[in-house]
Design a protein around this ligand. Structure first.
Ligand code: NAD
Length: 438
């Protein structure tokens, strides 16, 4: 199928990225972009910077880099800003996070020191393990949202920004379910003025972004924009949104392995996943209410990939457990173990053990870069509302009401690349390939 292609506005001028939550992932992302700009490192893990896209037939030999194929923002044009409850500049935050070596950080020190968080819209009731003093004061949540909007407007003005994107990289908040206050934009705005407890700080930032027409990505499993009121606002202002929860370590491996087992019709008795993690994220997740939000996000993937309703003999009775233990000595260098109990021909049992010695922020940083760049592209293409084609980056992809999310990493990648082809009026790739044998 060939589409006509979309009229894409050019990526002219500076692109601002505003980030609520300037901890380990954010400082690693910013340091990375600065280092790459200086030629000190390569953008490894970033599809927009390192990936290619095949166009036309296999025999055509047209395989440009994605960044040459699409009019994407240049790394040189990105300007960084954000909020945190701690006032540490990005150099200090990065040293404290302990992800990157000082030898690298010292080469970008002045630029990192110049990025200082604005005071946060924060409430300890939603992140029990954190206490901070660098916070905004306001009579109600609407006033806080107005202050956030003011920060964004100032940032746009001072840096002469043409476009801006927001990515939430703040902590995981307590588990919230959609309720009456989230039902319509009207009830939500009333709730903001009445300080309704159903409105978490992350929603205040999202509301501010959408009001200003700033695209929004949710890197945490928080409910945030996944409620009718904010979907309504995103549609009304035609702003692209996506989320939730970056798919980085253990869940990335799960959505690589599970589709493979299912493809071969191998059955599953159980999947036990456990992690030790010693960064601030691990500390926040040590609170049962924040962990519940993360657990829901991590548990959902297998069910959708394995489809037990279609394959009851293979997948109806498996146990799926996810544990995260806060273990300070490991810092950001997380270890995730998976024990998979599977069965094959005639029901014979087998096991797979995965021990992923990963680095949380190193895996997350390139996803932040891609999301900034692709959300900006989506906006220049006039695409508002949920961007399902960006499911590739998330543990709990946002989808239209009534649809189940697609979790299989490879289907997500095909969807993402076909959307890119569609935007440029190129042929969709179906992998049928019969024409080569005519
Ligand atoms: N691989 C990964 O690292 C990964 C993967 C998926 C999701 N995430 C999520 O990304 C988020 C950030 O992870 P991290 O490792 O950088 O954690 P971090 O604790 O180092 O950073 C989070 C920062 O958010 C700040 N914060 C909390 N509430 C805030 C608010 N209301 N306003 C402004 N700032 C606020 C905290 O003070 C902290 O500095 C977490 O929610 C985590 O669960 C990370």
């Amino acid at each position: 199928m060939i589409s006509k292609g979309i009229n894409i506005d050019p990526a002219e001028g500076k692109l601002g990225v505003v980030i609520p939550g300037m901890g380990a992932v954010t400082s690693t992302f910013i340091a990375g972009v600065l280092a790459i700009r200086k030629g000190l490192a390569k953008p490894i893990g970033s599809l927009t910077q390192m990936g290619t896209i095949r166009l036309g037939k296999r025999t055509d030999n047209r395989i440009p880099m994605i960044k040459d194929f699409l009019p994407l923002a240049e790394l040189e044009d990105i300007v960084f800003g954000g909020w945190d409850i701690f006032s540490d500049d990005m150099y200090t935050a990065s040293v404290k996070a302990g992800v990157l070596e000082k030898t690298l950080l010292d080469q970008i020190r002045p630029e990192m020191e110049a990025i200082k968080p604005w005071a946060a819209a924060f409430d300890k009731a939603y992140v029990k393990k954190l206490d901070g003093t660098h916070v905004k004061k306001g009579a109600n949540k609407m006033e806080l949202a107005e202050q956030v909007m003011e920060d964004i407007r100032n940032f746009q003005k001072v840096n002469n920004l043409k476009r801006t994107v927001m990515v939430w990289i703040g902590s995981t908040e307590i588990f919230l379910k959609p309720s009456a206050v989230h039902a319509t934009l009207e009830s939500f705005e009333k709730g903001m003025r009445d300080n309704d407890p159903g409105i978490a700080p992350s929603m205040i930032y999202a509301y501010a972004a959408l009001k200003l027409g700033v695209p929004y990505a949710n890197g945490a499993p928080n409910l945030t924009v996944d409620v009718p009121a904010l979907l309504e606002l995103a549609k009304k202002n035609n702003v692209p949104i996506c989320g939730k929860d970056f798919k980085t370590g253990q869940t990335l491996m799960k959505t690589i392995l599970a589709p493979g087992l299912k493809a071969r019709m191998l059955g599953l008795n159980g999947w036990f996943s456990t992690n030790i993690l010693g960064n601030r994220d691990g500390e926040v997740l040590d609170d049962p209410e924040s962990f519940k939000t993360k657990e829901e996000s991590k548990l959902s993937v297998l069910e959708h990939i394995l489809q037990p309703q279609l394959y009851p003999e293979l997948y109806s009775n498996y146990s799926h457990l996810v544990r995260i233990n806060y273990y300070p000595p490991r810092g950001d260098a997380k270890e995730g173990w998976d024990n998979i109990d599977l069965f094959g021909w005639l029901g014979y049992p087998m096991q797979i053990k995965v021990d992923f010695l990963c680095r949380d922020s190193i895996l997350a940083a390139p996803l932040v870069l891609d999301l900034v760049i692709l959300l900006d592209l989506a906006q220049r293409c006039g695409m508002g509302g949920i961007q399902e084609w960006l499911s590739f980056y998330f543990k709990s992809p946002m989808v239209a009401e009534g649809l189940y999310p697609e979790h299989d990493l490879f289907i997500q990648l095909i969807k993402l690349k076909n959307t890119m082809r569609h935007l440029k009026g190129e042929e969709m790739i179906t992998h049928l390939g019969l024409e080569y044998y005519d």
